[in-house]
Ligand binder design. Structure first.
Ligand code: B12
Length: 150
């Protein structure tokens, strides 16, 4: 069990529906809990509907999407478009990171595409995961989406 130290954020941690990788989620949960954040981890292959329902019930300060199978670019864009289209949850700040594409994450346009779809911040595989803890503090204070870029 984690000890919550303010300022902390309620974080909904998930991956995308196609992604069965698990240790990225375990790693990020431990990292964020160690920094004092409260984390609900939905585990691998979370369907979009489960993620949307969890945002409604858990009311996180920030949604963190971690994906490494290479389909995050497509699945993440689809997911965040659905979130931004739903008036009851559209303002939840959302960050995505990991290995976002199938060619090692260096694909031009991926960051722009995911920001355009509705993410507030996009991290690639060169982003140091430790920067996420401060990013959450920044994003968690935002009232409206689409204000940050990592
Ligand atoms: C174990 C593994 C599997 C296992 C997963 C078991 C499980 N239950 O977790 C199995 C065998 C199921 C698997 C399947 C597949 N895998 Co796999 N897998 C791996 C492997 C070897 C290790 C992943 C791991 O656990 N890493 C440990 C965790 C802690 O590290 P991480 O995942 O890299 O996450 C770190 C960072 O990415 C970052 N990070 C992650 N998310 C986020 C989010 C934010 C916001 C931030 C800031 C940082 C961040 O922080 C983490 C800690 O540093 C990697 C190769 C590798 N050595 O990394 C391939 C790898 C991820 N797999 C890959 C592929 C292609 C697949 C398959 C598509 C293969 C196939 N053809 O079937 C399937 C996909 C299945 C699916 N539906 O998703 C590719 C992805 C390629 C890409 N994205 O460019 C990799 C990179 C292998 C490769 N070099 O090609 N895989």
């Amino acid at each position: 069990m984690s000890t919550l130290v303010p300022p902390h954020r309620r974080v909904l941690l998930t991956t995308v529906s196609s992604d069965s990788h698990t240790w990225n989620l375990v790693f990020l949960q431990l990292l964020l809990e160690e920094a004092g954040h409260q984390v609900l981890n939905l585990g691998p292959c979370a369907p979009d509907d489960l993620i949307l329902a969890s945002i409604r019930t858990y009311r996180p300060d920030v949604l963190v999407v971690s994906t490494v199978n290479g389909h995050g670019r497509m699945d993440g864009a689809r997911l965040v478009r659905r979130i931004r289209a739903d008036p009851s949850i559209r303002y939840v700040p959302a960050v995505i990171g990991g290995r976002l594409g199938i060619h090692g994450g260096a694909e031009a346009g991926t960051v722009t595409e995911l920001l355009g779809a509705g993410f507030d911040a996009v991290c690639n595989e060169r982003t140091d995961p430790r920067t996420l803890t401060n990013l959450l503090l920044e994003l968690g204070t935002k009232a409206e989406p689409k204000k940050g870029v990592a």
